[in-house]
Design a protein around this ligand. Structure first.
Ligand SMILES: Cc1cc2nc3c(=O)[nH]c(=O)nc-3n(C[C@H](O)[C@H](O)[C@H](O)COP(=O)(O)OP(=O)(O)OC[C@H]3O[C@@H](n4cnc5c(N)ncnc54)[C@H](O)[C@@H]3O)c2cc1C
Length: 427
């Protein structure tokens, strides 16, 4: 599959081989660019390794919604609640929290964010399938539904704001009672009495394997992957960029920052300041689980997702606000054991493994995908928060358009870094 690269091919370096950087590499490679990807770990070894695997065209619900703030104190006080904070890090998060609540303060704001999320997520299954074609790993992506399950028979509702946003954008959503829920997924406990079923989506049965298969495809098309840690980037004359990577100096015509939660470490020295928070999440994987799931399941009250992966059942979720370099708190992963057992009573919990990853989160649930203001040939592709697996393929296409200086086929103003300067807000 190695494609001939023209001598005058546009030269691009991508920092970060998470799912976002990998999808950028594939789309740039398809357009004939000469692509290098630098990563301190390896393809899909960081946040893109252990996520819940949900790939939904219908992920268009921002995290911040009107009235959400009322739930926050209860969630924080509950040791098994979906949110936790590292209290000593709270002062550094407060400005972000203010912006978060502002972002979702009215229905109008939330509807605009939902449109922007929808545009990034809608084509994700089609683009993934195209990228996977011919790799021999097509089965890493499986058609599936999303079942949001509730203990109360009347808990599932289509009038809740999140479901309304989905339905308004064409999502195939319906309510099913408990007995029908168990016909769809027999392993789910009778404790759960109703569900919202979202059809026509997919799931990765091993997100890390999906990332690695796509990285291999990019490699086979000519992308050069190098393992190294970038410590600094500098602008050079002629709008070129210098990268200092394991004490080596490299130069490139175009530089894409796809370093997930670490992106601001590279950009701050250039005077760029954006409200990117590290929102950690955990998974607990049950090996030899004794039960299987056909779909992605969300416990709508506990707010974690469970699904069958190649290595067993994975339960993933929780939002923990802590400094990027703070030590992991694996009790957040272990609490998923009793919660998953409540969901799946026949689950074998004897053999488990834990994982922590860091979502790169902006307050409005949208990523930054743009050429950075005042920094010609320097592009942002980070901040995909809870939806990076779903949003990565379209992000890759947009980055390819920006680098190749071709028009994008959607309005991308909502993803611009400048949005945080609007309305007199300082950075
Ligand atoms: C518990 C959990 C569940 C989730 N579930 C889902 C889900 O079901 N669906 C969904 O769509 N999203 C989900 N997400 C979110 C999704 O995983 C992320 O949005 C996505 O993985 C971010 O990808 P990324 O490529 O931006 O970052 P990463 O995967 O973190 O990649 C960034 C890469 O940059 C490299 N890097 C950083 N700094 C440097 C440097 N200085 N030099 C060299 N390399 C560097 C890192 O090594 C890393 O490989 C979940 C997240 C979590 C935590």
């Amino acid at each position: 599959m190695n494609m001939p690269v023209r001598d005058d091919a546009i030269e691009v370096t991508i920092i970060g081989a998470g799912i976002v950087g990998i999808c950028c590499a594939l789309s740039l490679q398809e357009r004939g660019a000469r692509v290098t990807v630098l990563d301190k770990a390896g393809p899909a070894e960081a946040t893109s390794y252990g996520n819940a695997g949900v790939i939904s065209p219908w992920s268009c619900i921002p995290q911040s919604l009107p009235g959400l703030w009322r739930n926050v104190p209860g969630w924080l006080l509950d040791p098994k609640g979906p949110i936790s904070v590292r209290w000593r890090d709270v002062p550094s998060f407060l400005p972000w929290v203010m912006r978060f609540f502002q972002a979702g303060s009215t229905i109008e704001k939330v509807a605009r964010l939902a449109d922007a999320m929808d545009a990034l997520n809608r084509p994700n299954m089609d683009i993934y399938r195209r990228h996977l074609r011919g790799t021999g790993h097509e089965n890493l992506l499986q058609d599936s539904w999303y079942l949001h399950v509730y203990r109360d028979a009347h808990g599932a509702s289509l009038s809740a704001i999140g479901q309304r946003l989905r339905i308004e954008r064409g999502a195939p959503v319906q309510i099913v009672p408990g007995d029908e829920l168990r016909e769809i997924e027999p392993a789910i406990s009778p404790v759960f009495q109703s569900a919202v079923v979202i059809r026509d989506q997919s799931r990765a049965v091993q997100p890390s394997a999906l990332g690695k298969a796509l990285a291999d495809k990019a490699r086979s098309m000519g992308t050069f992957f190098k393992s190294c840690e970038v410590t600094e980037i500098r602008q050079k004359p002629g709008h070129r960029w210098q990268i200092i990577c394991d004490r080596e100096y490299r130069e490139t015509g175009n530089l894409v920052i796809a370093a997930g939660p670490w992106s601001m470490k590279l950009l701050k020295p250039l005077g760029i300041s954006l409200p990117l928070a590290s929102e950690r999440g955990y998974h607990l994987e049950f090996h030899n689980p004794g039960v299987t799931l056909k779909h992605s399941i969300m416990d709508a009250e506990r707010k974690f997702a469970a699904s069958s992966m190649q290595n067993g059942i994975r339960s993933a979720g929780t939002a923990e606000f802590a400094r990027l370099d703070a030590p992991a708190n694996y009790s957040r992963a272990r609490m998923l054991e009793s919660m998953t057992k409540e969901l799946l009573p026949d689950l074998n919990t004897g053999d488990t493994s834990e994982w922590m990853g860091t979502r790169p989160s902006f307050p409005d649930s949208l990523p930054c995908i743009c050429e950075l203001p005042g920094q010609r040939n320097l592009f942002a592709a980070f901040g995909h928060s809870h939806y990076g697996l779903g949003m990565a393929p379209k992000t890759g296409q947009i980055i390819a358009d920006l680098v190749m200086r071709t028009p994008t086929n959607i309005d991308i103003s909502a993803y611009h870094a400048d949005r945080f300067k609007k309305h007199g807000q300082s950075q």
